[in-house]
Design a protein around this ligand. Sequence first.
Ligand SMILES: Nc1ncnc2c1ncn2[C@@H]1O[C@H](COP(=O)(O)OP(=O)(O)O)[C@@H](O)[C@H]1O
Ligand SMILES: [Mg+2]
Length: 380
Amino acid sequence: MSSDETDDVLPKEDEMFKTKKDKYKVIALLGKGGYGAVYSVLRLSDMEKFAIKCEKATAGKKVLLMDCNVMKGATQIKSRHFCTVLDRANVKDRFNFIVMKLIGKNLWDLRQDRGDGKFTMGTSLKAASQCLVSIEHLHSFGYLHRDIKPGNFAAGRKESNEHHVIFMLDFGLCREYVKRAEGKDLRAARTTAPFRGTTRYAPLASMLQQDQSRKDDIESWLYMVVEWTSGGLPWRKLKAHDREKVLQYKQDLRTKPDILDDFLFLCPKKEFTRILKYLDTLGYYAVPDYKFIYFCVQHAANANKIKDADPLDWDPETPYMGPIEQPGDGKVIDLEVEGGASTKDFSKRNAKEKDQSDETRKGKKKTSGSPNKERTSSKN
Ligand SMILES: Nc1ncnc2c1ncn2[C@@H]1O[C@H](COP(=O)(O)OP(=O)(O)O)[C@@H](O)[C@H]1O
Ligand SMILES: [Mg+2]
């Protein structure tokens, strides 16, 4: 069955769904992937809007459990950069869903809305700082994202006065990198690991089938920030099936000054080169110096005369009122165990599902025009 045929099981506009807590009415489709889709909904008890993420009952990979665990972890550390999960249920033989805070447009769409296809330097650097802080938050409670890209970050909604706050989304490819029960040691690097992520933004490690670590989420962050600032990466015309050529480009950045120059078109060259060179010194077990990277971004902002109050491109009339916060020191913190089902229990169950579905997905690659839609990855 093609994914279009199995999409019949997904919610339709105006359809109503019940959970133990409430009733929800579907408003509109917000985004769609191979596993299912995301919709805006109305909570009927108080007519408030939320988002639901649905995963088809037939989906090979169960991604919602990981989404749910990660967002719960983020709630525990009280990060502003993650949605809260409020409810969950399933519709028999059709799909499972979680109800979460509704936010606004993702950063891919916000850039597409711009006539010239790029953000101003001020917006790029402010968004870069917020995304870096959110990555540090995610790492601080023990997860790697492994699919950092513009479609997985979104601004909050104007209606809730959060449109200057950037939220991290989509935890389906996350992986725990700590052994929680054992003094928070890191899990040992696997000798090889299947490709995970999106070709355009994937770190070298993932493209070389190495196990990913904290530095790799930041490498993807850098590709994303360069794309915002420059309007396009040198490998933008290559598709998912050209992974080898994209890998070559990413390696050439490190050795060929003209490729590096082209890559950093319109970007703060000195500071971004420094970040790239710094990331390349880090190994699998290294704790990235998030503050150093953050200060490189601040330095770039100062050098380009960007002020804290300069507006964001998607709200040009209002002075910036988003969070100005530094990342932490990268220390890994414990999560509370809740209701007998700890994050560890969840991750064990997830690991089981992962192993099974990895078998069934081996060798499959998907391609598509937009890297925002690209799912070259398996969800594990
Ligand atoms: N809570 C939310 N509020 C508003 N839009 C959302 C929300 N969650 C996801 N979306 C939108 O749906 C898209 C897909 O969601 P995501 O979680 O990234 O799933 P996937 O990429 O696996 O399909 C996002 O890029 C975003 O535009
Ligand atoms: Mg996504």
